[in-house]
Design a protein around this ligand. Structure first.
Ligand SMILES: [Zn+2]
Ligand SMILES: [Zn+2]
Length: 561
């Protein structure tokens, strides 16, 4: 089997040539070259290692060094994370990398905890005794506590503050130097810790996390661009012009090309470092549930201060209205993109999604610039089929038949296969089966009057020509799925909804018959199946025939078939 990394070697070498400093760090640290290296190039890479050539400041011919991957890479997907971690290790070891700079200070809300603790300690310690001149009834609880608490409690509390806060402040001082804080910011952290202790240190911890994320994002974006180029190359293997050509051209776009460009923009055009400037967006992207929750508390607090009648509902509205990036993706679309970009953090992304869906009850039907919802992207296979996430969205009312601004449903996107790659087809087949199983309808027409069924039947015919009839029978998964579903729904007749195919039972409300033709059943409200189907149905819907057909001079008046 061909080496999956070696086959993309020239692309990766070209990409890495934009990062000369990283290559020098690889040569010096991993290649163990002690000379003063002035420049380096990657000449090849495979799963076991990479070959680098370098020049020294002393001059002389180019030399070569091989850096082994330990352990070897498992596949192409691993190139990106491994190269980043090797870069971080090398730069730290060489003293090239510095801790990220922190330039922000803000008082966290939680200082009221320490403030009230210290206040009550002062109160208990210094309240005047009864029968002294300054005594008032307000000091009775303090005297009661003083008399009844074990003797060591108050002194122990004071010692904790006196000993612990300076230690914490010393640690804050150390961090302020390490993270190159401006003088006043560092002073704020040190003095703040001396007074309030832990809450300020905790805030510092959040700022460090934010600063690290910032630096990781910067490293990642460069690699993401390489990934985008790679996807562009794969896409361009399909028919029509490539994505780059499409982006460069000014022609009005039609058919598959329009679809491709549309999809391209809605799924890939997101650059985390520049598009996710806010804490909330970053917390979502990195699956940081605790940061997200803290941000939500902060937002709600602001609504409380402004006197909003229902601060929590106001926060939910804010979250629902948030959009990121040039295609204006809403929060649940952002979670889907994050899952695809950082696959190793899937569990954290699901935790964030569940929190926003179940605890915050943020509606899942927000749309991006193309009018597509998160569920649409999760099942359209572009960018990827994510059944688990789709289920989560569906269970809280995500509409499987939702259309984008072009009137296309997810099925229409599934139908637009590029090329005849077997794995892509399997993904499309699974996604279409999911679509049907969750009430999907392929007869809904888009703004050009084209239905997903039409697209699939057309590409089925194309594929028959392309592959030959015998092979086609095994290799036309999409059309098979449609035929199977047609058969299933036909067999159920009026025992299934004519639009979504859901049958009776399972605690659902009984189906209702079309009151005009009385031979078509639909889900009961609040489902909108009848309304959604009307455009298609009205062509077939004839008023119900009377019991005995009318005749005139023995000739039937019902002339339809
Ligand atoms: Zn229905
Ligand atoms: Zn009807």
């Amino acid at each position: 089997m061909a080496d999956p990394v070696a086959s993309k070697s020239s692309f990766l070498c070209m990409y890495m040539s934009n990062h000369p400093d990283t290559l020098v760090a690889y040569v010096k640290h991993w290649g163990k070259v002690a000379d003063d290296v002035s420049g380096a190039k990657m000449t090849s890479i495979d799963t076991n290692g990479m070959n680098l050539t370098y020049k020294t400041k002393a001059g002389g011919p180019e030399k070569e060094v091989r850096v082994q991957f330990d352990p070897p890479l498992l596949g192409y997907e691993e190139v990106k994370p491994r190269l980043i971690s090797m870069k971080v290790d090398a730069e730290e070891a060489l003293g090239m990398a510095r801790a990220p700079q922190i330039t922000t200070f803000r008082l966290p809300l939680s200082i009221w905890v320490t403030t009230s603790l210290v206040a009550s300690l002062l109160y208990v310690t210094y309240a005047p005794q009864p029968h002294t001149p300054n005594f008032s009834p307000a000091f009775i609880p303090a005297n009661y506590l003083r008399a009844n608490l074990p003797g060591y409690v108050v002194p122990a509390a004071w010692w904790t503050i006196v000993l612990v806060h300076p230690l914490e402040a010393a640690y804050a001082l150390y961090l302020s130097v390490r993270h190159r804080m401006p003088f006043t910011i560092g002073l704020c952290y040190v003095l703040g810790t001396l007074v309030w202790g832990f809450p300020i240190l905790n805030e510092l911890r959040h700022q460090r996390q934010a600063a690290r994320i910032e630096s990781v994002l910067k490293a990642m974006d460069a690699l993401k661009q390489a990934r985008i180029l790679e996807i562009a190359r794969q896409l361009s293997a399909g028919e029509g012009r490539t994505v780059e050509q499409l982006i460069a051209s000014n022609d009005p776009l039609k058919g598959a090309e329009a679809g491709r460009l549309r999809q391209w923009f809605s799924s890939h055009h997101m650059t985390p470092a520049t598009d996710l400037k806010d804490d909330f967006g970053r917390a979502v992207f990195f699956g940081l549930l605790d940061v997200l929750q803290e941000d939500i508390i902060g937002q709600t607090q602001k609504h409380v201060q402004r006197g909003a009648p229902d601060p929590r509902a106001a926060t939910v509205r804010d979250i629902y209205a948030m959009r990121w990036g040039p295609t204006q993706v809403p929060v649940f679309n952002l979670i889907l993109l994050s899952m695809l970009m950082l696959p190793s953090m899937r569990a954290q992304h699901f935790a964030v999604a569940r929190f926003l869906i179940t605890d915050m009850k943020v509606p899942v039907d927000g749309t991006d610039l193309s009018g597509a919802q998160a569920l649409y992207h999760a099942i359209s296979t572009k960018p990827a089929f994510e059944p688990e996430y789709a289920q989560l969205l569906h269970d809280v009312g995500g509409d499987v038949n939702a259309q984008n601004w072009y009137g296309d449903s997810a099925a229409a996107e599934i139908a637009m296969l590029h090329g005849y790659d077997e794995e892509a087809m399997r993904g499309a087949r699974d996604a279409l089966a999911w679509f049907f199983a969750h009430g999907g309808n392929v007869d809904v027409r888009n703004n050009d009057g084209v239905s997903a069924r039409w697209v699939m039947s057309n590409s089925h015919q194309q594929m028959m020509q392309h592959l030959g009839v015998t092979r086609a029978l095994k290799k036309v998964p999409l059309w098979d799925v449609v035929l199977e579903e047609d058969k299933r729904r036909k067999a159920l007749g009026i025992k299934a909804c004519a639009f979504c195919g859901r049958g009776q039972g399972g605690g659902a409300k009984p189906l209702l018959l079309c009151s005009r033709c009385k031979n078509t059943a639909y889900c009961a409200p609040p489902r909108k199946c009848q309304r959604e189907d009307w455009k298609q149905h009205k062509e077939r819907c004839k008023p119900c025939k009377p019991e005995r057909s009318s005749t005139y001079l023995g000739v039937s008046l019902d002339n339809e078939s």
